[in-house]
Design a protein around this ligand. Structure first.
Ligand SMILES: Nc1ncnc2c1ncn2[C@@H]1O[C@H](COP(=O)(O)OP(=O)(O)O)[C@@H](O)[C@H]1O
Ligand SMILES: [Mg+2]
Length: 387
């Protein structure tokens, strides 16, 4: 069909393992470019399934279902990180899996991820593996307090983490995280948190969305702004770290690198996400090519698109907590004419659950942040909206 080898052209079908908001926004980007999208997850009426051509409901470990899913598509990608190596291998029997299962394997387990990063010479905070309470006590003696204990598998939005303020709290932290394999990390007294969302094409080409600044609340991303206001040296270093990681892992697709910027100006890698990232949601409205279209281009062997930021932007997450007083006032947020509303189609608004986000654009990132926060405020108190 195409003269360029290896290209999966528009009209082809892309399979997404996972069915949350990342898959939904990927599917929107893919359908806009004329692709068909299938999604597989254990759930029905999912954020991705609602906008996909086909929603398959099966367990990720139902390898026959995964094989049948892969047979029906031209390329498989994922938006959910905890797909097992067995499942990605089963999919790979029938379609290319991009990024490869090896990338998922390295990044879905904090000890493997930290081991990879430290082994390859990327800067990370001091850490130690923990498999028992006595490991933890030994690790605390070396690393010192304060520290953070994180379960090796299945953590997200701060789940599976316990802060240890003093060495005497080891037993409580071990119990709080469920007495399972974990990593102990030094607590980083950071100045700021930043991320670099980047892509690597099938031909090894590289593109990045610059440095994005992230603020968390209760360990959940709250607001991101772009561009991050950091010294040019820090920006270059952050991008070079990201480039090095994508190359070392031979990523074909998108990968996000979360980093701490310490008070003395050093960058430390916190964690990796081998997929589009919450901090990159603002690229959907604010960049020539969004992180989702970039994922599509990369996995389909197309040239990567321009990551140019059209205007400084800010993104604010909408968590389920916003629904506590009743349905938010959507019209009040839409009264901000250059704020974009994104909702993920989730029925149950549980506290801490990511239900949607708002993006604002303005002349500066600070102004974009003020605007996006005002729009979010207006969801609860409509009198705050512009007349
Ligand atoms: N070692 C650390 N020092 C200081 N803050 C941390 C540390 N680890 C995590 N945090 C805080 O908790 C947030 C969530 O932790 P993270 O390791 O990114 O896990 P996840 O995003 O998978 O829940 C981070 O973005 C940061 O705000
Ligand atoms: Mg994180």
């Amino acid at each position: 069909m195409s003269r360029r080898s290896g290209i999966i052209p528009p009209g082809s079908t892309v399979g997404v393992l996972g069915s949350g908001q990342l898959g939904r926004m990927f599917a929107i980007a893919a359908r806009r470019m004329g692709y068909r999208v299938h999604t597989l997850s254990p759930e029905y009426d999912t954020p991705t399934g609602q906008v996909a051509d086909r929603e398959v409901t099966a367990a990720y470990d139902d390898l026959d279902a995964v094989r049948a899913f892969a047979r029906a598509v031209d390329v498989v990608t994922f938006e959910f990180e905890n797909v097992s190596a067995a499942a990605t291998a089963a999919a790979a029997e029938h379609a290319p899996v991009r990024p490869a299962g090896s990338v998922l394997h390295a990044t879905q387990h904090r000890l493997r991820e930290k081991g990879f990063l430290a082994g390859a010479g990327f800067p990370v905070a001091p850490f130690a593996p923990v498999r028992s309470l006595s490991d933890l006590e030994r690790a605390l003696a070396t690393i010192g307090a304060p520290a953070v204990l994180k379960t090796a598998g299945w953590g997200y939005d701060g789940k599976g983490q316990a802060k240890i303020a003093a060495t005497g709290e080891a037993a409580a932290a071990w119990a709080a995280t469920g007495e399972q394999e974990a990593v102990l990390e030094a607590f980083v007294d950071f100045d700021r948190e930043v991320s670099v969302v980047a892509a690597r094409g099938l031909d090894g080409s590289f593109a990045h969305f610059g440095v994005i600044e992230n603020r968390h609340q209760r360990h959940i991303l709250d607001v991101s702004t772009a561009p991050a206001i950091v010294p040019p040296g820090v920006e270059r270093e952050a991008v070079e770290i990201a480039r090095g990681i994508l190359e070392k892992l031979e990523v074909v697709g998108v990968l996000a690198v979360e980093m701490f910027l310490t008070r003395d100006g050093r960058l430390l890698v916190n964690e990796l996400a081998p997929r589009p990232h919450n901090s990159g949601h603002l690229t959907f409205d604010a960049c020539v090519t969004s992180q989702f279209e970039q994922q599509l281009r990369a996995i389909c062997g197309l040239p990567l698109g321009s990551t140019e930021l059209l205007r400084p932007a800010a993104m604010a997450n909408l968590l389920g907590d916003l629904w506590a007083p009743g349905e938010p006032d959507w019209a009040a947020a839409c009264a901000f004419p250059d704020v974009k509303l994104h909702l993920y189609g989730k029925a149950a608004a549980r506290p801490g659950r990511k239900m949607g986000h708002l993006t604002a654009m303005a002349a500066t990132p600070e102004e974009a942040m003020r605007k996006v926060l005002a729009a979010r405020e207006a969801l609860l108190s409509p009198s705050a909206a512009p007349a």
